[in-house]
Design a binder for this molecule. Sequence first.
Ligand code: 5GP
Length: 191
Amino acid sequence: MKLLEERIEQDGRVIGTELLKVDNFLNHQVDPALMEAMGQEFARLFKDEKIDRVLTVESSGIAPAVFTALALNVPMVFARKKQSLTLTDDNYVADVYSFTKQETNHIIVDKRFIQAGERILLIDDFLANGQAVQGMLEIAKAAQAEVVGAGIVIEKTFQKGRALLNEQGLRVESLARIKAFENGKVIFAEA
Ligand code: 5GP
């Protein structure tokens, strides 16, 4: 998505060889017009999938996910992150190792907010090693819901996430694909 690539070039900050900071339009300050355009693009990409619900993980997935859900006219639910919790039967739970924070969190979704037989679209801000999406897949599976695909704002193709998800037959659509960071610059993968 050209608008997003331009914004990454303009405002993204490369940290080392693996991390991109986009905290002035996605991860801290949020650009609503850009989020709306991204939500419309995800809705267009998945328009034939008869989606019942959009699922993401707090907090950075929420902005793109809510605009996707708005464009699809369906509810959005975000998994909550918990370091430790007293497990109850009311929640679905999965473990997610965070690449950026180097810690494992539980992600939890209240059983009331994802139903058996529903068709679910996953949304997240970044795809790195695929752990966040994998955790959402586990929750959907536990709920006996069907995941139609994952919409990713920024994919880093040099990390393992896509391979992990494709192995499981999951459709992955990314709005920007980065193949490397070189000398502090972003190199995009060919479309
Ligand atoms: P994964 O679970 O695919 O390994 O990593 C995805 C999660 O880690 C995303 O939800 C995002 O919060 C975080 N993440 C991974 N790579 C980056 C990055 O380069 N920049 C930022 N800001 N977050 C990232």
